[in-house]
Design a protein around this ligand. Structure first.
Ligand code: PRP
Length: 182
């Protein structure tokens, strides 16, 4: 797998310090530990970031999962959002929600999800992403917590895939063009 990586964009050490920083920001912003806070992981790519982040947040949190699809096949966004796994909870009015994503590209997924989650009656909805590619934005969207702003390169690892491969790499790397351009 590593032979397909052109270079490391975010090392394991930088990932660790980035996740530590975001967890501290969340602890700072949600000081009332008696109020329910839900970390909502958007499958599948965010699962590694979610696992690291939840361990570093000191206040109590609940976790839950949704799965949506925004990409068609290959490397470009289709623009259509499908909910593949929905959230079924009766206690949304008692929850502040933080949506946890691995990457924001066009912004369509999180823009759609924030509107969707507000309709569930959640007390508040914020967003958190490990990576942000603002150069690729199609809709106007700014996340509340950002790990790292990156250039428009094809990145894999730390949950991110190409054709379902490379998710298990512990660092974030740029995929060699020859791997996806044939
Ligand atoms: C990726 C990522 C976001 C979305 C971002 O998921 O995890 O959910 O695309 O793109 P956008 O800003 O253009 O909407 P993907 O559909 O690749 O699914 P996966 O996490 O299961 O790999």
């Amino acid at each position: 797998m590593k032979n397909d990586i052109a270079y490391t964009l975010v090392s394991e050490e930088e990932i660790d310090s980035t996740v530590t920083r975001i967890a501290a920001e969340i602890d700072r912003d949600y000081p009332d530990r008696s109020k329910g806070l839900l970390l909502l992981c958007i499958l599948k790519g965010s699962v590694v970031f979610m696992g690291d982040l939840m361990k570093k947040i000191e206040r109590p949190v609940e976790i839950d999962f949704m799965k949506v699809s925004s990409y068609g096949s290959g490397t470009s966004s289709s623009g259509k959002i499908n909910i593949m796994l929905d959230l079924h909870r009766a206690d949304m009015a008692n929850l502040d929600v933080i949506v946890v994503e691995d990457i924001i590209d066009s912004g369509r997924t999180l823009s759609y999800l924030v509107d969707y989650l507000k309709l569930t009656g959640a007390r508040s909805v914020k967003t958190c992403t490990m990576l942000d590619k603002p150069d690729r934005r199609v809709v106007n969207f700014e996340p509340d917590y950002v790990g790292k702003i990156i250039p428009d390169e094809f990145v894999v690892g730390y949950g991110l895939d190409y054709d379902e491969k490379y998710r298990t790499l512990p660092f974030i790397g740029v995929l060699k063009k020859e791997v996806y351009s044939h």
